[in-house]
Design a binder for this molecule. Structure first.
Ligand code: ADP
Ligand code: 5GP
Length: 206
């Protein structure tokens, strides 16, 4: 494999547009990208596993992690705190591994300030508002009032779409997955990420 610095790919969308589904497909289909596991103060949904989907922590623990500077970014979303632990991300990038983030626009803005050259921002849009609501209801793991609140907040999240490098409409799931995979392939070829290239080119011209 060519020597390169890993990249950070962010997927953001209004809740229910399909970013966790797409993130899972990407990680399963691509051996070089791994998911960043966030810490959150929200309760686990049925089937969610601590340490795999999130680190589920209480508010006190979250605060102490903030105090220790343990987060690369953190934000309050839907009344709960979410944050990206710093250590695993920095280690993966240095080893040439890519990291995938399912985080909101606030976290994306913080990463863009801190690590602009490593970041690839992808915004996922639903094909329609009706379909977004249908997907939120189909997920069936949130109570009806939670679904209603998430629908009400969808406009807020979508209003940040223009802060992203790429936009993918998640209509057909496999087509959306193929588009995001193509973005990943292209971004890996960026000259600035291929840090081993100087020596290689010198060997070609010596
Ligand atoms: P998010 O992570 O953005 O909140 P999810 O990935 O949990 O959204 O998706 C919400 C629901 O929509 C899930 O039940 C998922 O299976 C479904 N879904 C995702 N993408 C599609 C798609 N392209 N077509 C139909 N259903 C989808
Ligand atoms: P959910 O509760 O549905 O898993 O996530 C709610 C929202 O929080 C989603 O928009 C998701 O992208 C965002 N989120 C999850 N983890 C993080 C994180 O570590 N940082 C930030 N800023 N947002 C996050």
């Amino acid at each position: 494999m060519e020597k390169r610095r890993g990249l950070m790919m962010v997927l953001s969308s209004p809740s229910g547009a399909g970013k966790s589904t797409l993130a899972k497909m990407l990680v399963e289909s691509d051996p070089v990208i791994a998911m960043s596991v966030s810490a959150t103060t929200r309760m686990p949904r049925p089937g969610e596993i601590d340490g795999k989907d999130y680190y589920f922590v209480n508010a006190l623990k979250f605060e102490s992690m903030v105090g220790d500077g343990a987060f690369l970014e953190h934000a309050k979303v839907f009344d709960h705190h979410y944050g990206t632990p710093k250590g695993p991300v920095e280690g993966a990038l240095a080893q040439g591994h890519d990291v995938l983030f399912d985080i909101d626009w606030q976290g994306t803005q913080q990463l863009a300030q801190k690590m602009p050259h490593d970041l690839v921002r992808v915004f996922i849009l639903p094909p329609s508002r009706d379909e977004l609501e249908r997907r939120l209801k189909a997920r069936a793991s949130d109570a009806p009032d939670v679904v209603a609140r998430r629908m009400a907040k969808a406009g807020d999240e979508i209003s940040h779409w223009a802060e992203y490098d790429y936009v993918v409409v998640n209509d057909d799931l496999n087509a959306a997955h193929a588009k995001i995979s193509a973005i990943l392939v292209a971004e890996r070829q960026k000259r600035t990420r291929q840090i081993g290239l100087h020596g290689f080119v010198e060997s070609l011209t010596a």
